[in-house]
Design a protein around this ligand. Structure first.
Ligand SMILES: Cc1ncc(COP(=O)(O)O)c(C=O)c1O
Length: 405
C-alpha cells in the first residue's frame, strides 16, 4: 500500500542530517552539560552551537534563546511568566480565538486567577481586524499573544503590524511561531516581538525539544524551579541530543527556506486546485489569497461528510491527513478555529487538513487527487445529510469578539 504522509503540521519525520548529528550525544558524548569536567564541557559547547543555529533562524542573539521541552511549554512559560512578572502593572491579556490550546487554555487558567482576557474574533477568512486589536488595549493590558501562523488553516497573521501596535502602546508581545518557523521567514527583531516559541518536531527535529526567544531585558517569572540551567530561566537537565537536533534542523530550515517554500507550495497549489476543480461542494477554509497562508497547508471542507470518516477512508488508501488539529482529535467537537471563522457546523465537521512537507512528491499528489473523488462520492451517498436542504448554522457568537471579563 502507498503510504502518503500529509500531516506535517501535526509532526514531521526527523531529518537524516538531524539524526546523524544527534546520535553521538546518546553514547560517546553522554555528559551532563552542567558538569565542570571534560564530559560536561564536551556537550555544553554543542548546546551553545545549537543556540547559535536557533538564533540565526529567528534573527536574534544566542543569549536570547532558551531551550525547553516543547512548544506548549514555551507558550505556557511566556504567558504565565509574563502574567506573574507584570501583575503589579495590570491584569489584562489580549489573544485570539484561534490560538492553539497551549495558549487558549493557559489564558483560561489565568482567568481563574483573576486575569482578564480578550479573545479577538476573526473574519470568515480567519483573519484578524487590527483596529479591533488596538481598540482592545487598555491601561491594564500587559500582554498581546497572537500566533505567527495558524496550525489548522495555515493563515499567516500580520506579526510586524501587531508588533508595531504593541510597541506603540508599550505592551509586551508574544507569538506562537511553532507552525511558521522553518516554513516562512521568522525575523523576531524586524517584527518587534518580545517572545516567540518554536517546536523541534514540527521542523524535522525530534519530539521533546523546543525553544523560546526572550528579548534581552524582558522580565519573566520562572516557570520551572530546580536547577540553574539556561541562566536560571529554565530548570532541568538539558535534552542534549534533542537540542543538538533542533539546532541542525534550524540550520537546514534556514538554508532551504526559499527552495522548500517554492517546492511545497507548488505541490499544495496543485492539490488545492485539483480538489476544488474536481469535487463539487468543497469549501476552502482559510484566506483565499495563497500568499497569506503557509505554503504547505490546505484546509477544506467536503460538505455532508464527517471529517473522521474521511480520515478513515483516506487511511485505508494509505493517506495520512487530519481533521481539526492533531492535538484535539479524539474529540468530536468541531474545531474552535472553524467555529471562530463562522463555518457552519456541517462544514466545520467535515474540515480536513492536508499539510505537506519537502519529502512529498508530485506523484503522491496525483495519487491523492485520483483517490479522493470516489471516496467523497461514496461517503456522500452514505450520508443522511446529503440532499438535505439547509445545513444547520453554527452558533458562533461566543467565538467572535468575546471579552471574558
Ligand atoms: C501553533 C501550535 N502551537 C503550539 C503547539 C504545541 O507544540 P508542541 O507539540 O511542541 O507542544 C502546536 C502543535 O501542534 C501548534 O501547532
Amino acid at each position: 500500500m502507498n503510504k502518503i504522509y500529509l500531516d506535517n503540521n501535526a509532526t514531521t519525520a526527523v531529518k537524516e542530517e538531524v539524526l546523524d548529528a544527534m546520535l553521538p550525544y546518546f553514547r560517546e558524548q553522554f555528559g551532563n552539560p552542567s558538569s565542570v569536567h571534560w564530559a560536561g564541557r564536551m556537550v555544553s559547547s554543542a548546546i551553545e552551537k545549537a543556540r547559535e543555529q536557533v538564533a540565526e533562524l529567528l534573527n536574534c542573539s544566542p543569549a536570547e534563546v532558551i531551550f525547553l521541552s516543547c512548544g506548549s511549554e514555551g507558550d505556557n512559560y511566556a504567558i504565565k511568566g509574563t502574567a506573574e512578572a507584570l501583575k503589579h502593572k495590570g491584569n489584562h491579556i489580549i489573544t485570539t480565538a484561534v490560538e492553539h490550546p497551549a495558549v487558549l487554555e493557559t489564558c483560561e487558567a489565568l482567568e481563574k486567577d483573576g486575569f482578564e482576557v480578550t479573545y479577538l474574533g476573526v473574519d470568515r477568512d480567519g483573519m484578524l481586524d487590527l483596529k479591533e486589536l488596538e481598540a482592545a488595549i487598555t491601561p491594564q493590558t500587559i500582554l498581546i499573544s497572537v500566533m505567527w501562523a495558524n496550525n489548522e488553516t495555515g493563515n499567516i497573521f500580520p506579526i510586524s503590524e501587531i508588533g508595531a501596535i504593541a510597541k506603540k502602546h508599550r505592551v509586551r508581545f508574544h507569538t506562537d511561531a511553532v507552525q511558521a518557523a522553518g516554513k516562512i521567514p521568522v525575523d523576531v527583531r524586524a517584527a518587534n516581538v518580545d517572545m516567540a516559541v518554536i517546536s523541534g518536531h514540527k521542523i524535522g527535529a525530534p519530539k521533546g525539544v523546543g525553544a523560546m526567544y526572550l528579548k534581552r531585558g524582558t522580565k519573566i517569572n520562572r516557570f520551572m524551579h530546580g536547577g540553574h540551567q539556561e541562566r536560571n530561566r529554565r530548570a532541568g537537565t538539558h535534552n542534549v541530543a534533542g537540542i543538538v537536533g533542533l539546532g541542525v534542523a534550524c540550520e537546514l530550515a534556514l538554508r532551504d527556506l526559499d527552495s522548500n517554500y517554492a517546492y511545497v507550495r507548488q505541490l499544495r497549489d496543485k492539490l488545492e486546485q485539483g480538489i476544488l476543480e474536481t469535487i463539487p461542494e468543497v469549501k476552502l477554509n482559510g484566506h483565499p489569497d495563497a500568499d497569506l497562508r503557509l505554503p504547505n497547508t490546505l484546509n477544506v471542507s467536503f460538505n455532508y461528510i464527517e471529517g473522521e470518516s474521511l480520515l478513515l477512508f483516506f487511511d485505508m488508501k494509505g493517506i495520512a491527513a487530519s481533521s481539526g488539529s492533531a492535538c484535539t482529535s479524539g474529540s468530536l467537537e468541531p474545531s474552535h478555529v472553524m467555529g471562530a471563522m463562522g463555518v457552519d457546523i456541517v462544514l466545520a465537521h467535515s474540515s480536513t487538513r492536508f499539510s505537506l512537507g519537502p519529502d512529498n512528491t508530485e506523484e503522491e499528489i496525483d495519487y491523492v487527487l485520483n483517490e479522493l473523488p470516489p471516496i467523497v462520492q461514496r461517503l456522500r451517498e452514505m450520508s443522511p445529510l446529503y440532499n438535505r436542504e439547509e445545513p444547520t448554522p453554527l452558533s458562533c457568537d461566543e467565538c467572535r469578539m468575546v471579552h471574558r471579563a
